[in-house]
Design a binder for this molecule. Structure first.
Ligand SMILES: [Zn+2]
Length: 306
């Protein structure tokens, strides 16, 4: 049986496991905190790879940031990765072949091959976390664009309100429908809406209200929290409608930490009321917490014909 060492390199943690060519994890999943310093990160990668490279055919890495068309290095990193991550020579980390791909693309591939989008040749996985990531499968192929950076749905402008996004542009979808977006909406509503005066969070500084507060508030039917979440949900729906109209996919899969707080059926109904293309399925992700690693392993198998 051919095996792959697969690694998920994120801003807070590094996860790794060995899989077979069907995306089944063999043995234990290992987890580490992401080192703040690039040299420590390289040492961590090396020690993981050294442990497993003899028994595996290749190394696959799902990473934060945009990856080049050759799947060999990160072209533009995200602020949560150590400085110098862009220049990291992944192929130099192992004597075996190394495959690198953006983590949102890997997650989308895992949903397509193993998860909620199985059988859908046109499908998009939207990852709702601190930001919003997107992975597009069109005609059974991963859409990478001319430089490997395609699918940045989070940067789509959805409003004309002037909210500054982390990318410094205004009104990106990501600045509304991500976890960060929910927090910003919470602060805005707290400052402008009377419902905050009777909220369970009324004694808090609006800037200190977290996404967890809002989720907790919803569970006790706090009017302010419900209002904030409703605005967030509408902003999420606006972006999903845009995606459906442009790509006419069979499905859109909602993934990521914020994804689990959404009701896919309800969102599907709202989206389908407004789109001009044929109805789209909206589903919760099913490929699990390790979808990045599994997608990376399966994509490496395609690339290296394993
Ligand atoms: Zn932006």
């Amino acid at each position: 049986m051919k095996k792959i060492l697969t690694i998920d390199a994120g801003g807070t943690k590094i996860t790794c496991a060995v899989t077979d060519t069907t995306g089944k994890i063999i043995g234990e999943v290992e987890k580490y905190s992401t080192p703040k310093n690039i040299n420590d990160l390289i040492e961590l990668f090396k020690s993981i790879i050294k442990k497993y490279e003899d028994e595996t055919e290749c190394i696959s890495i799902a990473t934060a940031g945009a990856v080049n068309t050759e799947n060999t290095k990160v072209e533009s990193s995200t602020p949560n990765m150590p400085e110098g991550y862009n220049n990291l020579d992944f192929s130099g980390l192992s004597k075996k072949r190394v495959f690198v791909e953006n983590d949102a693309n890997c997650a989308a591939w895992a949903e397509y091959k193993l998860g909620a989008a199985r059988g859908d040749e046109n499908t998009i996985t939207v990852t709702l976390g601190t930001g919003i990531g997107g992975g597009f499968i069109a005609g059974g192929r991963l859409l990478r664009g001319k430089s490997g950076r395609g699918g940045e749905v989070g940067s789509m402008k959805i409003k004309d309100k002037g909210r500054i996004c982390t990318c410094r542009r205004k009104d990106c979808w990501e600045s509304y429908a991500s976890g960060t977006g929910l927090k910003m909406t919470a602060e805005e509503v707290a400052s402008n809406d009377l419902c905050f005066k009777t909220s369970i969070f009324k004694d808090k500084n609006p800037a200190d209200i977290t996404t967890y507060d809002i989720i907790e508030g919803i569970s006790v039917k706090d009017e302010y929290s419900l209002k904030v979440f409703n605005i967030w949900k509408q902003d999420l729906i606006t972006g999903l409608i845009n995606i459906a109209n442009i790509f006419d996919p069979e499905s859109i899969i909602i993934s990521g930490g914020m994804g689990k707080f959404t009701d896919a059926c309800e969102i599907q109904e709202s989206v389908n009321k407004e789109i001009v293309v044929s109805p789209v399925k909206i589903k919760q992700a099913e490929a699990g917490n390790y979808s990045g690693m599994l997608g990376a392993a399966l994509l490496a198998c395609e690339k290296f014909r394993l």
